[in-house]
Design a protein around this ligand. Structure first.
Ligand code: ZN
Length: 125
C-alpha cells in the first residue's frame, strides 16, 4: 500500500489522524471528530469532506466518478482503509439490502426503532 500522496492530502493527514482511535477488538479505526448524519466530517480544502472518503483517497487511491464508499465492517465511523471498498450506487444498495435481510446493524429492527424515535421527536413541542 505504497503510493505518492498529493501535497494537500499530506498536509491534512497529520491533522486528520489526530481525530482517530483504533479499536483493538474490531481493528476499526474510528473517527472521533465532528460528524454529520453518523458519518465523520473533516474540513479539507475549504469544504467539509466525509472522512471515510478522505481515508480511501489517501491510502488507496482516487474514488472513481459516481462510486460510493462502503464500510465492509458496517461501522460508519470507521476509516480503516482495509475496511473500505468503492462500489457503484447499485452495488452499494445490494449490499445494504442483503444486510437488511440478514438483520445486520442496518437491519429491519433498527430501522423500525429509528422510525419510532423520529416520530416521537416530531410530536415533542
Ligand atoms: Zn472498520
Amino acid at each position: 500500500m505504497r503510493r505518492i500522496l498529493h501535497q494537500p492530502y499530506l498536509e491534512a493527514l497529520d491533522r486528520f489522524l489526530k481525530y482517530t482511535s483504533k479499536d483493538p477488538y474490531s481493528n476499526c479505526i474510528e473517527w472521533t471528530g465532528a460528524t454529520r448524519k453518523g458519518y465523520g466530517q473533516f474540513g479539507f480544502r475549504g469544504t467539509s469532506k466525509a472522512v471515510h472518503r478522505f481515508s480511501y483517497e489517501v491510502f488507496i487511491g482516487p474514488i472513481p466518478a459516481g462510486y460510493e464508499i462502503n464500510h465492509k465492517c458496517r461501522n460508519k465511523l470507521c476509516i480503516a482503509p482495509d475496511h473500505l471498498e468503492a462500489l457503484t450506487p447499485q452495488q452499494h444498495q445490494e449490499v445494504d439490502r442483503d444486510l437488511l435481510r440478514a438483520g445486520g446493524k442496518k437491519g429491519r429492527r433498527s430501522q423500525i426503532l429509528k422510525k419510532a424515535l423520529n416520530a416521537s421527536k416530531l410530536h415533542q413541542d
